[in-house]
Design a protein around this ligand. Structure first.
Ligand code: F0G
Length: 437
């Protein structure tokens, strides 16, 4: 078995050594992906091996990514791997959220339980391992916050220098704080995500810096394992749907690739349908899906949403993501700021909580059941991509009726939970408590 980089473009399929530092095909410009020609796995025995590794004390086995290393075999050995014990995220059923979403049941795969609080850690451990294998010293990314937090942590843990480029004033403080604390050199650029990505690609080429955005195919390999772990936790029974938020669309590409490979290799019988949810003000992929005749994504020059993680108008991975949505017989939906905010509060009230972009999943589910695309009795796994504490400012504003949507409209606190100021007086507090029941 060998690993190589292959052009994603089905009519090009140019091949390159797995150690080539290139993200786009030099022949046709499309993104590359890792491929393993001739890979054949004994699925039944591996299922048992993977399960038994959960109780092992070896770092590689404790990682919810490297535990599944046979399905991401791009390294020759594991000397370059740094793990913070990423993955290992729970599947959480939530009755209140199911009811709100128009379903009998829903299960959240909560990637916010990762070491830096988002799904990016699954991919980052792989991207950083490849960077070290290649002998890179500096790594860079542009980010709406979570990629940078994750890259900062993994690069610093690996002894690499992390360089972070973020849209000035447009990421949450929780995420910016992580980048600073993990020791990344942080540049707040006065431009939006899409513009900064173009800038960083130029810089990376000029200065020989390794890029760890989701155009990096090894990040995608790591994010595949989110689906592998989810299926392992479900004893290899596929759900009907996997719902996820869509921004730069790396995750959609990764989930689709992972699920297809699991089917080809005999681990699962059916591939679940992907439902990708975008925020209304940053929904170029939704528009493309609605008008797939067009064949090409029309970018949104000034994307807007309070869910800053998915505030992206020109997603680089759209061709891969479109392929995966179509292959899985999936759908793309969009939701409003109000719908995201309310869904987020509902997820919070289940005792689970998540950041705004993640709540697009439940908001989208509610829309898809209302229109009959998703059946009430469907078996649905929604992926919560980031931790509740990533964006506390948003939460406080929502619950106190101060959350303003782009354009100036106030978000209604339909599920608001205002804190109450009280005097230091047991009598008064007791009477307040009795009046509320
Ligand atoms: N949810 C969260 C919490 C994210 O941080 C992101 C992406 C997404 C969803 C969308 O995932 O890009 O794979 O479609 N955040 C990136 C970042 C862009 O820079 O942290 P996607």
């Amino acid at each position: 078995m060998s690993a190589e980089l292959v052009c994603f473009n089905r009519s090009c399929r140019a091949r390159f050594p797995i150690t080539e530092v290139t993200y786009n095909c030099p022949l046709c410009g499309r993104l590359l992906e890792a491929a393993y020609p001739g890979l054949a796995l004994d699925s039944e025995s591996l299922k048992a091996t993977w399960r038994s590794r959960r109780t092992c004390n070896q770092p590689l086995d404790q990682s919810g990514v490297w535990r599944y290393r046979e399905i991401i075999p791009f390294l020759e050995n594991y000397d370059s791997v740094v793990t913070l014990r990423e993955g290992n995220t729970p599947l959480l059923p939530a009755n209140g959220a199911a009811e709100y979403g128009g379903l009998d049941h829903i299960t959240f795969k909560h990637q916010g339980f990762n070491p830096t609080g988002s799904f990016k850690d699954n991919g980052m451990t792989c991207g950083v391992a490849q960077a070290r294998r290649l002998g890179m010293k500096r790594v860079a990314c542009v980010s709406t916050g979570n990629t940078s937090a994750s890259m900062a942590a993994y690069a610093s843990a690996a002894g690499l220098e992390p360089l972070i480029f973020i849209p000035h004033g447009n990421i949450s403080y929780g995420k910016l704080a992580q980048a600073l604390e993990y020791g990344a050199r942080t540049f707040q650029v006065e431009a939006n995500f899409d513009q900064i990505l173009a800038l960083v690609r130029q810089l990376a080429e000029r200065l020989g810096i390794y890029l760890l955005n989701s155009i990096n195919p090894f990040r995608i390999e790591g994010q595949k394992t989110i689906m592998v772990e989810m299926l392992d936790q479900r004893d290899w029974v596929s759900p009907d749907w996997v719902v996820l938020p869509g921004g730069n669309l790396g995750n959609t590409s990764a989930f689709g690739k992972g699920l297809r490979e699991l089917k080809q290799l005999g681990f699962i019988r059916n591939v679940p349908r992907l439902a990708v949810i975008q925020a209304e003000g940053s929904a170029p992929f939704y528009e493309l899906y609605r008008d797939s005749e067009r064949g090409k994504l029309k970018s949104v020059p000034h994307p807007e949403t309070l869910a800053t993680a998915i505030k992206i108008g020109d997603p680089v991975s759209w061709p891969k993501a479109l392929h995966e949505v179509m292959e899985s017989n999936g759908v793309v939906e969009k939701v409003t700021e109000q719908e995201i905010a309310d869904a987020k509060a509902v997820i919070g009230k289940c005792g689970i909580g998540c950041e705004p972009a993640s709540a697009a999943t439940l908001a989208g589910t509610r829309k898809l059941t209302a229109t009959g695309v998703m059946r009430r009795d469907a078996d649905v796994v929604a992926v919560l991509t980031g931790n509740l504490l990533k964006d506390p400012d948003y939460i406080y504003r929502y619950h106190t009726g101060q959350l303003e949507a782009p354009g100036g409209r106030m978000i209604e606190a339909n599920f608001g939970n205002r804190p109450v100021v009280v005097p230091n007086d047991a009598e008064r507090i007791a009477s307040l408590l009795s009046s509320s029941f």
